[in-house]
Write a protein that binds this ligand. Sequence first.
Ligand code: COA
Length: 256
Amino acid sequence: MPAGPLTNDSGADAPLLIERQDDRVVATLNRPHKRNAIDQATIDALHLLCAELEAIPRTLILTGAGGIFAAGADIAELRERRAADALRGINANAFVRLSELPMPVIAAIDGYALGGGAELAYAADIRIATPSLAMGNPETGLGILAAAGASWRLKEIVGDARAIELLLTGRTVKAEEALDVGLVSAIHESADLLPAAHAIADRIAHNDPAAIIATKRVFRAPRDRHPAVDQEAQAELFESPEKFRRMTDFLERRTR
Ligand code: COA
C-alpha cells in the first residue's frame, strides 16, 4: 500500500491534481517548478488514484501542469536510491497498476516527456501530444537503464528496431517523428490538447463500459490466451442486458 495521505484531495500544491467527473477523471502532474519530475509523493498519489479507479472504473486523462508532461523520475531521489530500492520497482509497479486500470488511460502530453515521464506515457492506452513534444529515455546518460516500462512497452508501441535505437542513443523524439512512428496518435496545439483528450473520452463514453473494459482486458491478454480469452469475455457480454438493449435500439431504429 502507498504511504502518505489517504486521499488525493490535498490542495493546489498536491503533486497530482485530480478533477472528477461522472465518467472520467483528469489527473494533472503538478510539480511544474521541478518540471513535474516524478517523486515518491507523486507515486503515492498515483497509487491512491489507481485504487479509486479500480473501485469505481472511469476513463483517466493524465496530463501535466506548466506546459510539460514530466521530465522524468526525480533525479534527486534517484541518486540516493540503492539496489534494494531498484528491486522494489517503485515507478515500474505504479505504472503497471495504472496500465491495468479497467477503463482506458489517455495521456495528453505537452512538451517534455522524458525518462520516467515517457514511461508513464507508454503505460497509457492512448497518447496525444502537442507540437512541442520532446519524448525519450536519456537514462543511460545518467548511468541507469529505463526500468519502468520502456524496455518492454516501447517496442510494443514502435517495434523492436526503433525502440532499441531510441533506448541505446537516448535521443529525444519530436512531435512529427512521434506521430510518424505511432508513439502518439495525434498532435494538437497546446490549447486544444485537453479538449482533444476529452473528445476521445466522449467517444469512449458513448460505448458500453462493460464492452470497453472487456476490450481492454482481452487486448492485454498474452498471445497464448487467445482466442479463449476473447470467447469467454464475449460469452459474458452476449448475456448482458445492455447488449440486448443496444442491438434492439439499432434494429428498431432501422425499421422505424
Ligand atoms: N528530477 C529532478 N529534478 C528535475 C528533473 C528531474 N528529472 N527535471 C528537472 N528538474 C528540476 C531541476 O533540477 C530544476 O530544479 P531547481 O530549479 O531547483 O534547480 C528545475 O526542475 C527546472 O529544471 P531546468 O533544467 O532548469 O529546466 P529547463 O526548462 O531548462 O529544462 C529539461 C527542462 C526537462 C530539459 C531539464 O530539466 C532536464 O533535462 N531534466 C532531466 C531530464 C532527464 O534526464 N530525465 C530522466 C530522468 S530518469
